[in-house]
Design a protein around this ligand. Structure first.
Ligand SMILES: Cc1ncc(COP(=O)(O)O)c(C=O)c1O
Length: 387
């Protein structure tokens, strides 16, 4: 008999749709996939070589659960270099992707019934993970709170344990203005909340905007923030499964204790590749982001030109999150119908906004090739003009 806990966990809608579209493609159908959350670039050659070298040199055994010193040092150096934040290796844990960092963090800080404030639209896994840890996700409307940051206070109760930030955002690509982020951070600090800052898209930011972490506002904000990050998106290393968290020593230690009975260390080979990713030239990241900027401009222009599609230009990540609710009525009644019909009739895979708590929207990714994006946008436009 399956446990009540396991039964409550829903399937990731993103992974399910992508898997279905890939299956259709494998069966010979001409499907354009603009659904998955991973760059289409190959992992850079020098990073792959570091993995090969690790295998050849026999670096294939268990490592310390929280990660090899070399990698923890490289992560500390990255934060000093990028954000002028100083961390000690004992404030760092290397995890199996950003997902495990989040999972172990929630298990480490949440007691049954504790509340975590999550902004809507949200990334799908947050709610499942918080719930699994026995917590209660409390959904706050992001647009409303950005307009009037004081409104954030209305979501705080005696049970609130943490607030979660994810900027640039998956699914919307939204990047919060620095002054608003600071106000949210101040509210969190004055209510003694943890700030969970999921920064996996930090490098995917456009038009000269600079990334800001809530940890960098003050010593206090650094103390209360647990940064979640990963090499997955930044270095096109989604399959290598290297993520990490930085924060207060007691939290990181608790996460390590959980991980020690779960996966133990991240794959030793992937850790060695991670060291090279972080310590060598960052040109590969720059080149990828430049290419994404072109695709973003193109996709935004195409979406903006479609009658009845409402879209704000996203400043980060690699997603567009247009409002397509003007098409709801006949056979398309919601974002799920919109995406099913688009997939069945036009062979374009995108993700319904309902999975992110925003049924008026759909999520398209421009982490597909330009050729695919062009083809996908032609079909998307054709679909919108027809329904
Ligand atoms: C917002 C967000 N956080 C975390 C992750 C997890 O990334 P990883 O693949 O490193 O587990 C993702 C991946 O899609 C994401 O979109």
């Amino acid at each position: 008999m399956i446990s009540e806990r396991a039964k409550k966990i829903g399937e990731s809608i993103t992974l399910a749709i992508t898997a279905n579209a890939k299956k259709m493609k494998k069966n010979g159908e001409d499907v354009v996939i603009m659904a998955s959350g991973e760059p289409d670039f190959d992992t850079p050659e020098h990073i792959k070589n570091a993995g090969i070298e690790a295998i050849k040199s026999g670096f294939t055994k268990y490592t310390t659960t929280s990660g090899i010193d070399e990698l923890k040092n490289a992560i500390c150096e990255k934060y000093k270099r990028d954000l002028n934040l100083v961390y000690e290796p004992s404030q760092v844990i290397v995890t199996v992707g950003g997902k495990q960092a989040l999972f172990n963090l929630f298990l480490s800080i949440i007691n049954p019934g504790d509340e975590v404030i999550v902004f809507r639209p949200y990334w799908v896994s947050y709610l499942e993970q918080i719930g699994f840890a026995g917590g209660v996700p409390v959904l706050a409307e992001l647009s409303e709170c950005v307009e009037n940051p004081e409104l954030l206070k209305k979501y705080i109760t005696s049970k609130t344990k943490a607030i979660l930030f994810n900027f640039p955002s998956n699914p919307s690509g939204y990047v919060i203005p620095e002054d608003i982020l600071e106000k949210f951070t101040d509210i969190a600090i004055s209510n003694d909340l943890y700030i969970v800052s999921d920064e996996v898209y930090e490098k995917f930011i456009y038009d000269g905007l600079a990334f800001k972490s809530p940890a960098s506002f003050s010593e206090k904000s650094k103390e209360k923030t647990i940064i979640i990050n990963a090499l997955s998106k930044t270095y096109s290393m989604t399959g290598w499964r290297v993520g990490f968290a930085l924060g207060a020593k007691d939290v990181i230690k608790a996460m390590g204790a959980i991980q020690g009975h779960q996966t133990s260390n991240v794959c030793s080979i992937a850790q060695k590749a991670g060291v090279v990713a972080l310590t060598s030239s960052q040109d590969c990241v720059k080149n990828m982001v430049e290419e994404f900027a072109k695709r973003r401009a193109y996709m935004f222009e195409r979406l903006s030109a479609i009658d009845k599609v409402k879209i704000d230009k996203p400043m980060g990540a690699f997603y567009m999150f247009p409002d397509v609710s003007a098409f709801y009525g006949g056979k398309v009644k919601n974002s799920f119908d919109f995406c099913s019909c688009l997939l069945n009739e036009e062979k374009v895979a995108i993700i319904p906004g309902i999975g992110f708590g925003a049924d008026n929207h759909v999520r398209l990714t421009y982490s597909a090739s330009m050729e695919d994006i062009k083809k996908g946008m032609d079909r998307f436009e054709h679909f919108c003009n027809r329904i």
